[in-house]
Write a protein that binds this ligand. Structure first.
Ligand SMILES: Cc1cc2nc3c(=O)[nH]c(=O)nc-3n(C[C@H](O)[C@H](O)[C@H](O)COP(=O)(O)OP(=O)(O)OC[C@H]3O[C@@H](n4cnc5c(N)ncnc54)[C@H](O)[C@@H]3O)c2cc1C
Length: 232
């Protein structure tokens, strides 16, 4: 069961210190023996008390979570690893990523909404995690890895245009979640599918035109920046 009231622009952000939001969900996917084995804070992690609490809590606890947007930050990026290479000697892709103020504020706000919901549901003991901490690749963080070949309206700051055609190589269209400049508070696949249709439209147009860039840019406007108004 999920609610969308605190996702995207579905709520008033005027007094809030972050953009976007996330969905809040209560999942009933069955009881996995380790990850569902919640015990109250302060319970030892083994021994008699742990066992007693585990058994007591097993059918008395539930977990409500959220999946929020992740916006771009200049300190989050991909580059080529200076040290590690693949078996052909090519540098591996290196990811530099951490949560920033926007992410922390978003997560804290959503955690507060979850706390309110659980209180209203009548929970006697609520454990809320309001601190996102630093990004850590070890615990599960969702499988929605996006970006890397981002779409944009400026070849200086993006790799593909809105048809997913590469700015630098007219005959290459890169289709996938790679095009996302940021991750919204929704799952990616619907948008990936829509982008595939968009790319197909572009490829058709490209073939009809006999090649070339589908989005035109002018390199010589006043500020030396490109605009989409004039042809190359
Ligand atoms: C366990 C799991 C659950 C998920 N659940 C959901 C969900 O419920 N809802 C949702 O919206 N999203 C979900 N996702 C995320 C979603 O699956 C991905 O965001 C989506 O598949 C990304 O699509 P893509 O085309 O960008 O990449 P992919 O689907 O990963 O496709 C990339 C393709 O490129 C190929 N490839 C890689 N390297 C090369 C190479 N060098 N040469 C040629 N081919 C290459 C790969 O084999 C692969 O076929 C889930 C992901 C996982 C792993």
């Amino acid at each position: 069961m999920a609610i969308d009231d605190f996702n995207g622009d579905n709520f008033d952000h005027s007094d809030l210190d972050f953009l976007h939001g996330g969905w809040i969900s209560l999942r009933q996917g069955g009881r996995t023996p380790i990850s569902s084995n919640a015990v109250p804070a302060g319970t030892p992690s083994f021994g008699r008390e742990f066992k007693e609490q585990s058994i007591y809590q097993f059918f008395r606890m539930l977990s409500v979570g959220t999946q929020g947007a992740s916006l771009p930050n200049v300190n989050n990026y991909l580059d080529l690893d200076p040290t590690y290479t693949d078996k052909l000697g090519n540098p591996l892709l290196r990811m530099t990523f951490d949560f920033h103020e926007q992410d922390q504020n978003l997560a804290r706000y959503l955690a507060e909404q979850i706390e309110d919901i659980l209180t209203e549901m009548g929970a006697s003991d609520i454990a809320v995690n309001k601190d996102l901490g630093n990004f850590d690749i070890e615990p599960y963080q969702s499988t929605h890895n996006t970006g890397g070949v981002i779409m944009g309206d400026d070849p200086e700051t993006s790799a593909v245009n809105s048809y997913l055609q590469m700015w630098d190589h007219d005959n290459v269209f890169v289709v996938g979640a790679s095009a996302f400049p940021h991750n919204g508070g929704y799952n990616p696949t619907g948008t990936v599918g829509a982008l595939a249709y968009r790319a197909a439209e572009g490829i058709e147009e490209y073939l009809k035109n006999g090649g070339g860039q589908l989005v035109k840019w002018n390199l010589n406007n006043n500020e030396g920046r490109r605009t989409s108004d004039e042809p190359i």
